[in-house]
Design a protein around this ligand. Structure first.
Ligand code: FE2
Length: 282
């Protein structure tokens, strides 16, 4: 059986945004140009060594109806919620939080200077799971397999399977794949992505080429490429070390009613979320 390489269907650049109490970040998904890439509702990159850009953090705020995934590359972030859960995210660690029916939490930098760099991805939940009990999956860097599937290719496997290894994040409704990939200069690697999954790559170092047979696209640092259907993705580094996220998940194909930190299926459910939050039912 021959392999169909996924084509590039769109190339997006992020937009500068400010969230929380004034944290400066780059929003890649969740913008007017790319409101969502089902099941992904938002992707932010925060990267700054200017404390004024991040010190204010994300004080208490609610979430209902989806999952937030925080992956740190540099810096330390303290997480605390209204159910007594707290944790410290360090470089290389990940927190996959299923907000379900609701939590109120804060995400605050635990440093006063230095580089703060990481990603927050929002993953939608199917209607049947939106009111499930909140759940945390938190992993230290050494719990994340670092797989070398080919020469010059190194993959931190946060979610999904690769070369006989399995990422620590388990039991997520959209069966996601979340790979942090480093390619040596000029390295080429082709990897399977489940057919039917929605997939994208985001380049945060070097330069990548990807696409279908005969239609390769250059994807520069800071660009996100949405991939079309196929059964595999071909990744080719440019002349420098190249770093990227490869993220995929099963699209839900359900109506999305969204207001700030609440993502439900109908407007009535959003109003219910507001009422529940106001009346302290989170
Ligand atoms: Fe949050």
């Amino acid at each position: 059986m021959s392999t169909t390489l996924r084509p590039v269907t769109r190339v997006l650049r992020g937009m500068p945004a400010s969230d929380g109490a004034g944290v400066k970040l780059t929003r890649l998904i969740g913008t007017p140009l790319a409101p969502e890439i089902d099941p992904f509702l938002m992707l932010d990159e925060f990267r700054s060594d200017t404390p004024g850009d991040y010190l204010a953090g994300f004080p208490d705020h609610p979430h209902r109806g989806f999952e937030t995934v925080t992956y740190m590359l540099a810096g330390r972030m303290r997480h605390q919620d209204n159910h007594g859960h707290s944790g410290l995210l360090v470089p290389g660690s990940v927190q996959w939080m299923t907000a379900g029916r609701g939590i109120v939490h804060s995400e605050m930098p635990e440093q006063e200077d230095g580089l703060m760099w990481g990603f927050q991805l929002w993953v939608n939940l199917p209607a049947r799971d939106k009111m499930a009990a909140p759940r945390y999956q938190e992993f230290a860097p050494d719990a994340i397999p670092d797989v070398q599937p080919a020469t010059g290719v190194s993959v931190k496997l946060i979610a999904g399977e690769l070369a006989g290894a399995t990422g620590p994040v388990q039991g997520v409704a959209t069966a996601p794949l979340y790979f942090d990939i480093t390619l040596a200069p000029d390295a080429t690697w082709t990897t399977d992505v489940p057919v039917g999954h929605q997939a994208f790559v985001y380049v945060f170092g070097g330069e990548l080429q990807t696409g279908s047979e005969g239609h390769r696209h250059p994807i520069a640092r800071g660009q996100l490429a949405v991939l079309g259907q196929g059964d595999a993705v071909e990744l080719q580094a440019g002349g420098a070390e190249t770093r990227l996220l490869l993220i995929a998940g099963q699209p839900l194909g359900e109506p999305v009613a969204r207001f700030g930190p609440f993502v439900m299926n109908t407007r009535e459910e959003i109003e219910q979320a507001f009422n529940d939050y106001r009346e302290g039912r989170f």
